[in-house]
Design a binder for this molecule. Sequence first.
Ligand code: ATP
Length: 269
Amino acid sequence: YRAMAMEIEEKPNITFDEIGGLSTQIRDIKEVVELPLKKPELFEKIGIVPPKGILLYGPPGTGKTLLAKAVAYETNASFIRVVGSELVKKFIGEGAKLVRDVFKLAKEKSPCIIFIDEIDAVASKRTESLTGGDREVQRTLMQLLAEMDGFDSRGDVKIIAATNRPDILDSAILRPGRFDRIIEIANPNEDGRIEILKIHTSKMNLKNVNLRDVAKLTEGMVGADLKAVCTEAGMFAIREDREYIKLRDFEEAIEKIKSKTTPKEEIKP
Ligand code: ATP
């Protein structure tokens, strides 16, 4: 049952080339995570301590998990993923132990990237009166902070955390020596969407499709939506027994995906 709360990949197969629209963020992440892992002697010579962890924040489906996996791939590191909400939901009384186990395993499997998704579930601002469940969350957070403080930032374990609610985070986790780099992963702009569409259509047989037109029609969509649009466009072509994909397929796919991902504000009771 542990395996469900913790996912291990010896070597994830994602490269930075497969991530669109995030070149600035990739540069930052490389500097903070990749460089210390690849060239620790550089930091020693200069006499500064590399960060232990970074926090990625932004809407769901923008590529936070992809980024963390790509860092692991590029540094030949193993990858451990834990999900904050699962740490505290399914394993009452087990959260703190699981955190301990994750860090222990990371040391054994180092170099290693620990990816903590939905960190807000264990690290939101403390409430005034603590109920039983909250106290459990508190214990899990305390263990996480203790583990982070306990390991050497010059070692080869790095932590990447992700959230889409940075506003509710407990400031304790943002203190120096913990997650001291915060990187925003925002919705892609038009150029970013073109890059993402290029990645997801690279193996598709397009005919007279200008991806800028598709990008213009997908304002507000994130990487995960764009991937779905590409797959759906391909399905429209298959349904019509065509071996190529045309702009009309994309237009129909966009309509379909948009109707599935109606923003919350528009859903009226
Ligand atoms: P969540 O916050 O829900 O965990 P996330 O930000 O971690 O979301 P991912 O799981 O990385 O999002 O993205 C989901 C899928 O969407 C990816 O596997 C990928 O196929 C596609 N995708 C998302 N963002 C990008 C991107 N920037 N470039 C290319 N593909 C992307």
